[in-house]
Design a protein around this ligand. Structure first.
Ligand SMILES: Nc1nc2c(ncn2[C@@H]2O[C@H](COP(=O)(O)OP(=O)(O)OP(=O)(O)O)[C@@H](O)[C@H]2O)c(=O)[nH]1
Length: 781
């Protein structure tokens, strides 16, 4: 079996297939420590037992039944020398778990195991290693070796004590921890010499050895008892008194298993206080120190171990934690508010720290606390971006909601803007605070306030809310101004059109009175509404100035529309027609040859021309009604065109007035010509006396018809036809036909006559002579 172990390097499979009874060569022939121990401890099921385990090792000469003893005491599976070939079996250091007990048992290569002349370094080192790493060191020896200084390896013990003191002896003495029990097991005890005698001899030998070792300067006064407790027991001969041997073993076993036994050996003071999951690393460290023979304090070794293990434990916890945190990274990055993130983060953190505490708290306290702080820092630094991202997303989402609420709130006409804003703001604050409270669940009492501060985000949010409210207020003001402007336009439109069409001398008085009344109404409506806006006085003054100007411009555009060329010419023509073609009673005039068309024309034309100067500028008759506006810009930021109020009072430029005058005169002249023609056409009718002349001149011809039989028959025929027509009631239609035909003939004649008479008059229009009297002869020609 020893050969099998060597071939396999460090490990040896168990015989019964149970991993718990597997044994492992932890230090091999080449003095190398196995990297497998940690995994093996896990397979033994001891990794998570914390401090609930013990370590025992054996020390003694080769082939003194060490392996046999261990297997009996602990149910281990160490190789035992075959009786027939009696060769050394145990090489290096082996470890096995005690059956049914949390004990790591080390079987150490026997002393004197190496050939003479061979490097005896190994036995010294393995003895040192067992002494430093186990709680109980069984020193196995035959009864006959007691008192034999050399035979009982006392020489080796001396060296081991010496080096042990040099390497590990500098710790501060503490009677409650860090001690080792040296349990002397005297084999093949015949019973002749009682145990008490043997113990005394051994005690004396060991003390002598201790006294004889050369101690470092500062450890001169250290005693054996400062580091070791001694215990002694015997076992009868295994072969000669097999039964007694078994009894002895069973009794001895109780000292390792029965905590109630007064001689129970695994006392807490012997425990090295290394958590089971750190044993492998700790032992490897001790082996390295033993190997290199460097001066080292065990406490320092324990601190190093604690650092190593705490880092390892923290990394495992951190890995799991990172996976959890990563799951919410993306949603936060794309702007989602993750529900319950605060509680989630807190639980990840708690899990990680609990996991860390469970294993790491068993290690050196100082190191553990430091590493826990480091881990907490790392956890927080992973959570911090999530926390800040969540805050930013909360900020965004509550702001969007705020804007929506404002938009909905100002829909329709019946709302109080100030209330809408303050209510929306209140709801936003509440939502933000609630969300912040949730995400801040991540904070632990020990964390600083700044670590999970939301103040900066809150300030940013407030500033943005203010900006939104201000923007909204300005939009609302604009909306209201537009509404007021529309109302003013509507209010003045019809009356202004009427006043300008009537064009009475007090036209502008009426227009301005109406305008000012409408404007005042609009201003007071604005002021009453603006109260709910929390606008400043300056903002109100500015808005009113804008309103006045826009109202004035609205009036001006209405006036412009009414005074546009075509509209103005229409108005002038209407006024002229009214004066020229109708008399003072509003009855249309029919010009007769004797009528004074010229002066009527002049009167009407001059009256109408006066209107042009009335329209030309907005000048009320009553100066108290006049309206004025400042010409400077309403606000420094506005990019409006330059506004010159006084120029807006001039409706018609002189050039335009002259142009309109000319065009009107042309129209008026046409009316005049038409009037003149109407008199000529009435003169062109055939006078009544002409018919008398015709009767006188046609008398003879009528008589001739009466007295001529042929004509007479024709007349009778004609009368008969007329009678028939009359009888058949055809006179009406016939009359209509006759009238139509006659009218057409007359129209044609009149047209021809007019064409004939009008040609010379149209051929000689002369605008320069319009002011002169126009003689009737000109037209007759
Ligand atoms: N006389 C006697 N022989 C024993 C006793 N226990 C074991 N043996 C025998 O001694 C021989 C050596 O036993 P091991 O248990 O292999 O001894 P060991 O000290 O582990 O040997 P190494 O590992 O080679 O150093 C075996 O043949 C055992 O049967 C005992 O109490 N008395």
């Amino acid at each position: 079996m020893a050969m099998e172990a060597l071939v396999n390097g460090h490990s040896s499979p168990n015989r019964d297939g149970n991993p718990k009874s597997e044994r492992l060569q932890i230090v091999n022939d080449e003095k190398r420590f196995t990297p497998e121990l940690s995994a093996q401890i896990e397979r033994w099921g001891l990794r998570d037992v914390g401090f609930d385990y013990n370590v025992v090792a054996v020390f003694g000469s080769q082939s003194t039944g060490k392996s046999t003893l261990l297997n009996r005491l602990f149910g281990t599976t160490f190789d035992v020398m075959n009786e027939s070939n009696r060769q050394q079996t145990t090489k290096g250091i082996w470890m096995c778990r005690g059956q049914g007990m949390n004990v790591m048992v080390m079987d150490v290569e026997g002393t004197d195991g190496r050939e003479r002349g061979e490097d005896q370094d190994f036995e010294r080192k393995s003895a040192l290693f067992s002494l430093a790493s186990s709680e109980v060191l069984i020193i196995n020896l035959w009864e006959h070796q007691v008192g034999l200084y050399q035979g009982a390896n006392m020489g080796l013990l001396k060296t081991v004590f010496e080096v042990n003191l040099g390497l590990f002896g500098k710790r501060t003495l503490d009677v409650t921890t860090g001690r080792t029990l040296l349990l002397f097991v005297i084999r093949d005890h015949l019973g002749v010499t009682p145990l008490s005698n043997l113990s005394r001899t051994l005690q004396a030998d060991v003390t002598k050895i201790w006294d004889s070792i050369s101690k470092p300067e500062d450890l001169q006064d250290r005693k054996l008892e400062d580091y070791f407790d001694l215990a002694f027991t015997t076992l009868p001969h295994k072969i000669l008194t097999a039964d007694k041997f078994e009894e002895g073993v069973a009794d001895l076993r109780k000292r390792f298993t029965d905590k109630e036994n007064p001689d129970f050996v695994f006392k807490p003071i012997y425990h090295k206080r290394i958590p089971a999951d750190g044993v492998a690393h700790y032992m490897e460290g001790i082996w390295e120190q033993v190997q290199s023979n460097k001066d080292l304090d065990l406490p320092t070794q324990q601190e190093l171990l604690a650092q190593f293990r705490c880092d390892e434990i923290a990394n495992v916890a951190l890995e799991q934690f990172s996976i959890q945190a990563r799951s919410q990274k993306r949603p936060i990055e794309i702007g989602n508010v993750v529900d319950g993130l605060g509680a989630m983060m807190r639980s990840w953190k708690d899990q990680a720290l609990t996991q860390f505490d469970r294993e790491a708290s068993r290690y050196h306290k100082g190191v553990y606390h430091k590493k826990r702080n480091d881990l907490t820092g790392q956890l927080n630094s992973i959570l911090s971006p999530l926390f800040l991202g969540q805050l930013k997303n909360i900020h965004k989402s509550v702001l969007i909601k705020f804007k929506e609420e404002l938009r909905d709130g100002v829909r329709g006409d019946n709302y109080n803007y100030g209330e809408v804003v303050s209510q929306a703001r209140e709801r936003l604050e509440k939502r933000f605070q609630e969300a912040v409270l949730e995400v801040r669940k991540v904070r632990e009492d020990s964390d600083s306030e700044e670590q999970w501060s939301w103040r900066e985000e809150e300030e940013l949010l407030r500033a943005e809310v203010e900006a939104v409210a201000t923007q909204m207020r300005s939009d609302e003001t604009k909306k209201m101004l537009n509404q007021s402007e529309r109302n003013i336009r509507k209010g003045i439109s019809d009356p202004v059109e009427l006043y300008l069409t009537e064009a009475k001398p007090d036209m502008w008085d009426k227009v301005l009175t109406l305008f000012q009344g409408t404007l005042e109404k609009a201003e007071s409506t604005y002021i009453s509404k603006a109260k709910s806006f929390d606008c400043t006085d300056a903002e109100n003054t500015l808005a009113l100035a804008v309103l006045r100007r826009r109202a004035w411009l609205a009036l001006r555009s209405k006036i412009d529309e009414q005074i546009a060329d075509t509209a103005l010419i229409g108005k002038l023509r209407a006024r002229f027609e009214d004066k020229f073609r109708y008399d003072e009673n509003g009855v249309p005039r029919v010009w007769k040859p004797g009528d004074d068309i010229d002066s009527a024309f002049r009167q009407a034309r001059d009256d109408t021309l006066e209107l042009i100067s009335l329209y030309a500028s907005i000048t009320p008759k009553d100066p108290s009604i006049s309206f004025t506006l400042p010409s400077e810009p309403v606000s420094s930021s506005s990019d409006e065109d330059e506004f010159d109020f006084s120029s807006t009072l001039h409706v018609l430029s002189p050039t335009k007035a002259a142009d309109i005058t000319t065009r009107f005169r042309r129209d008026a002249d046409a009316f005049f010509v038409e009037a003149k023609r109407s008199t000529v056409s009435s003169v062109a009718q055939i006078p009544v006396w002409m018919y008398a002349v015709l009767v006188v001149l046609g008398w003879n011809e009528a008589m001739a018809i009466l007295f001529n039989p042929l004509y007479f028959v024709l007349v009778i025929g004609a009368l008969s036809v007329m009678y028939i027509i009359f009888q058949l009631n055809l006179s009406g239609p016939l009359y209509q036909v006759t009238i139509t035909v006659t009218d057409e003939i007359r129209r044609q004649i009149t047209k021809r006559l007019r064409e004939h008479f009008s040609e010379p008059a149209l051929a000689a229009p002369n605008s320069n002579s319009r002011d002169k009297d126009i003689k009737e002869e000109d037209f007759v020609q």
